[in-house]
Write a protein that binds this ligand. Structure first.
Ligand code: PDD
Length: 283
């Protein structure tokens, strides 16, 4: 069965879902996106993702394609039409169609959404943990805006694959910013969670905010500050968070096992809490 994709007001078979070659998303990566997870047919952390979408649009002076209520209706309709029980919804807003010009045109935004059915709760990575390499962070300076300029992270992912690993942690000025498509954490030998402080250098993860809140509620100490790969190699545990991996344990960095080289207790516990708590507010 072919998927049904949403394009600018229409629900279409994916083969018929098309965007103009003059769309700024295609020509200039002039577009922002969000990815939300679906469990039991319900969307996790919808409000947080839509708030961040609005912030991304605002930072780029891009018009909102429709209201939040409409966006929720479209998400739900697509989940229904594609029978998604578990997986994700991808949403992209572009500045729209206009003749090529570096200045922003006054165009009508394009809105595209599609679904991907996949196991997110029982992903094998949650049990085995992932291996990461460290590479230089070559991305632009406004990583807080969730744009579709994803070639640097794609190159990072390919470098990781070439090294027989699962992902890459990005390093700038000697310290870790984040993973290719997730936020990065270590747990010190004393049991403190350390993750990069927010700013233009990383994406403010919706999963990050929730996981830090749950960690604080579980009386785990948290430090939001830069850390080096050397410090990470000495850590008791390491993990990543994102809408699609939830809490993903990291068991090896640049060939060095983290802790005992197995999935850590804090990562495992936070993953369980995150899934359980997020389902309570899923819509
Ligand atoms: N990526 N940092 C980067 C660079 C990301 O691309 C993502 C998400 C995150 C985590 O954000 P959140 O917890 O809100 O998903 C951090 C999505 C999943 C993607 O590009 O597919």
């Amino acid at each position: 069965m072919s998927r049904i994709v949403y394009v600018n007001g229409d629900y279409l078979p994916e083969a018929d879902a098309k965007i103009s070659v003059f769309d700024r998303g295609f020509l200039m990566a002039d577009a922002v996106y969000e990815v939300t997870s679906v469990i039991d047919g319900k969307i996790l952390a919808f409000d947080g993702h839509i708030e961040r979408l609005q912030r991304s649009l605002g930072e780029l002076d891009m018009k909102a394609p429709c209201s939040t209520e409409d966006l929720l209706d479209i998400h739900r309709e697509l989940i229904k039409r594609n029978n998604v029980v578990e997986g994700l919804v991808y949403l992209q807003v572009t500045r729209g169609v206009a003749d090529r010009d570096f200045a922003y045109p006054d165009a009508e935004p394009s809105l595209v959404l599609f679904t991907q059915s996949k196991n997110v709760v029982n992903a094998p990575m949650a049990k085995t943990g992932m291996k990461v390499i460290s590479i230089p962070d070559i991305r632009w300076g406004r990583r807080d805006i969730k744009t579709v300029q994803l070639l640097a992270p794609s190159m990072g992912k390919m470098a990781a694959k070439a090294a027989g690993c699962d992902d890459a942690w990005l390093v700038e000025d000697g310290v870790v910013t984040e993973g290719t498509s997730n936020n990065a954490y270590i747990v010190t030998q004393e049991g403190t969670i350390v993750t990069r402080d927010l700013g233009h250098h990383i994406l403010s993860g919706i999963t990050r905010a929730a996981v830090l809140r749950f960690a604080a509620e579980a009386q785990i100490k948290i430090e939001e500050r830069p850390f080096t790969i050397e410090e990470a190699k000495q850590a008791k545990e390491a993990f990543v968070t994102s809408a699609t991996t939830f809490v993903g344990p990291v068991v090896e960095i640049d060939g060095v096992p983290i802790g005992d080289g197995k999935v850590g207790d804090i990562a495992r516990r936070l993953r369980e809490i995150y899934i359980e708590e997020s389902l309570k507010t899923a819509i």
